[in-house]
Write a protein that binds this ligand. Structure first.
Ligand SMILES: [Zn+2]
Length: 266
């Protein structure tokens, strides 16, 4: 049996392997700010932080030469502003995946229903367009998380295509060059190849899941619409050793097929 020291050494060894790891969070509440900052410091020890777009490019061009990490946030909670402030201190940029519907509505009833039905949470404050402008001013990127945080598995092809075009158009109007998309819920059973293609057809450059894993260099250069981004969910208050354990585990299991959608051409 491995001693604790050997196990820790093993994790360290896995964490220095060249790869791109994406992590995503939803919130950094007031009582999570300190742990979030500590997590950033801890991850910086083994990893070089990349912007979301640069991380995507590293994979597509097969130029992953050290351990890289990129951070993003789903759902567009107001407290993401505080997370961004912390990231700004370390000159790290993130991508914030938002739902245009909830940014645009001022109805408390709609927000309450959205939180209850889509996010299974009590009402929470969301980013507004002026908050998003602040994020962009600090170099952060904005991506789409569908119009209304829909489980794509419940939509037909046309409805999802419309949703993709709509969120691309609204975000482009408010934020300029919008490139990235993440599927709500995001497991492989929440979408399929046709849905992924609809994302790219709408104009998005990248498409992300919520499947754990990391990325290593592909055998040959990948086209942008071949890349299936995997991301590990993280909560700032989790024990940092557990987070490192998950990331080391990804590194150990890294395979170039992780870069691809799992559905074949059907
Ligand atoms: Zn979400």
């Amino acid at each position: 049996m491995l001693s604790l020291i050997d196990r820790i050494k093993g994790i360290d060894g896995d964490l220095v392997s060249p790869r791109v790891q994406f992590i995503y969070l939803h919130h950094v509440f007031k009582d999570e700010e300190k742990s979030f900052e500590q997590l950033i410091q801890l991850l910086s020890k083994q990893h070089f932080f990349l912007s979301y777009t640069s991380a995507v490019e590293k994979i597509l061009t097969g130029t992953i030469d050290r351990p890289y990490i990129s951070i993003c946030f789903d759902d567009g909670f107001k407290n993401n502003l505080k997370a961004a402030e912390i990231l700004n201190k370390y000159e790290i940029t993130a991508c914030f995946f938002v739902n245009p519907f909830i940014i645009s509505t001022s109805s408390f009833e709609e927000k309450e229903a959205f939180c209850r039905v889509k996010l299974e949470t009590i009402p929470i404050e969301f980013l507004e367009w002026n908050d998003i402008a602040i994020l962009q001013k600090s170099g952060h990127e904005i991506g789409s998380h569908t119009m209304e945080h829909t489980n794509v598995a419940n939509l037909d092809k046309n409805a999802f295509e419309d949703d993709c075009f709509q969120s691309f158009e609204i975000l482009s109007k408010h934020c300029g060059n919008v490139k990235h998309f993440s599927f709500p819920y995001g497991r492989f059973y929440h979408f399929n190849n046709i849905a992924a293609q609809a994302v790219f057809n709408a104009g998005f450059y990248s498409c992300a899941t919520a499947e754990r894993g990391c990325h290593i260099n592909p055998e040959n250069k990948l086209a942008h619409d071949e890349l299936c981004i995997r991301r590990d969910h993280v909560i700032a208050q989790w024990n940092p050793k557990h987070i490192l354990y998950f990331l080391a585990n990804n590194s150990r299991k890294a395979h170039r097929n992780n870069n691809l959608f799992p559905y074949g051409n059907s």
